[in-house]
Design a protein around this ligand. Structure first.
Ligand SMILES: Nc1nc2c(ncn2[C@@H]2O[C@H](COP(=O)(O)OP(=O)(O)O)[C@@H](O)[C@H]2O)c(=O)[nH]1
Ligand SMILES: [Mg+2]
Length: 375
């Protein structure tokens, strides 16, 4: 076989052009770094990866850059990173928990981000450290984002005592939930005493956020009257407070009416938190009206629930529910992603439809097969 001649050799070029490209030697003409250079870069990146101890020290010293990197570690789906992250979480755990965790939900455009920014700025003035995390269920479903108002909270994000983190992306809500829960712990260990989780009122996201916070704030806006008709079912029952935002300009009267209407209904409902009366309040995030009152209410909530011990009890319950949730998720995954089960399910389905097997028989057979797989 004739040696393939490089492309720069003229078609009828003589022997003087004969060039043989030796196998195994990579040309650098494509501008890519040589293998040697790549190995060197990898070593540098490796050295830049922090040890658990370095992450831990950084967080305890309230270094926001290291906190951000630790959250990136927690958000990684790589098995090695998950292991390192768990080691870190375990280490910082004794330093976590010392905060009030506040969930904020409401339809897109209700003014959640604006409210969080105003509240956050007020709190920083009072000497608090505020972390804002977001859960955006839309970003894991589609590439788009309903929460994605990156230009908002500009003033808050400039504050030293503030930390803002957008929603972790990718994966099912379960994955996003784990990442956010663990990020809360990291923020607490880094000295943030007010943790705010913003979520949009879509799908399961409110229930998810409710399950990881102490206080749940629902942001409403007053529309054409009849506010209660427009509210998503079940959401009032989850709320520790309802605010009717945008109570400014021509809207003040309408907002006050909505406030009264909500308060009347709330009177008859079982509160989301035992021993606490959920109330409604009109406010204006833009004008900073009523925002301090929201905070006073949160403080009162904390005081009362700590007194009746529900505060700690709820956190313990949430932890336990979370463990059960993860076990369920693990088992479901392991069952439905098992190749043998995947092959067996269509066969069982057929037998079920034709009446050859009853539903109970189908389940017994599937579970027996699954148990054998795992023995
Ligand atoms: N008039 C008025 N507008 C507001 C208020 N709060 C938010 N907005 C506006 O409502 C729009 C949506 O606000 P944003 O905070 O992004 O809502 P989110 O989608 O719930 O986070 C923005 O144009 C805000 O400027 C308020 O208190 N009064
Ligand atoms: Mg927003």
């Amino acid at each position: 076989m004739k040696d393939k001649r490089p492309e720069w050799v003229p078609k009828n070029g003589g022997k003087e052009f004969t060039t043989k490209v030796m196998p195994g030697v990579k040309s650098n003409h494509d501008g890519l770094p040589s293998e040697h250079a790549i190995i060197k870069t990898k070593q540098v990146i490796k050295r830049n990866e922090l040890t658990t101890e370095e992450y831990y020290q950084g967080i305890i010293e309230q270094d926001r850059i290291i906190l951000a990197r630790a959250i990136t570690l927690v958000e990684s789906n790589s098995e090695k990173h998950i292991m390192n992250a768990q080691e870190l979480i375990k280490k910082i755990l004794p330093h976590s928990g010392n905060s009030i965790r506040i969930g904020v939900t409401g339809v897109p455009g209700a003014g959640k981000s604006t409210l969080i920014e105003t509240l956050g700025l007020n709190l920083i003035k009072k000497g608090h450290k505020v972390a804002v995390l977001a859960i955006d269920p839309s970003s894991s479903l589609s590439k788009g984002s309903i929460l994605g108002d990156k230009t908002r909270m500009e003033m808050l994000s400039r504050e030293q005592n503030c930390f803002i983190r957008p929603s972790p992306s990718g994966g099912a809500l379960g994955g996003v939930t784990r990442k956010t829960r663990e990020s809360i712990l990291l923020c607490e260990a880094a000295g943030f005493d007010v943790i705010i989780i913003e979520t949009v009122g879509v799908g399961q996201s409110e229930i998810t956020v409710r399950s990881m916070v102490d206080f749940f704030l629902v942001v409403q806006i007053s529309g054409a009257g009849d506010e209660l008709q427009g509210i998503k079912k079940g959401i009032i029952e989850m709320a520790d407070m309802i605010v009717i935002n945008k109570a400014d300009g021509d809207n003040v009267q309408k907002a006050k009416l909505a406030e009264a209407e909500f308060n009347q209904v709330l009177h008859y409902l079982t509160p989301a938190t035992p021993g606490w009366h959920t109330n409604a309040l009109a406010c204006s995030a833009i004008k900073n009206v009523g925002i301090d009152e929201i905070w006073s209410n949160i403080l009162l909530f904390k005081e009362q629930t700590q007194k009746n011990e529900y505060f700690a009890k709820r956190r313990k319950q949430q932890l336990l529910e979370w463990v059960h949730y993860m076990v369920e998720e693990f088992l479901l995954n392991s069952f439905y992603h098992n190749p043998k089960m995947k092959a067996m399910i269509p066969i069982i389905e057929k037998a079920l439809y034709s009446g050859e097997k009853t539903a109970t028989q189908a389940v017994t057979e599937l579970l027996d097969a699954y148990k054998n797989e795992n023995n």
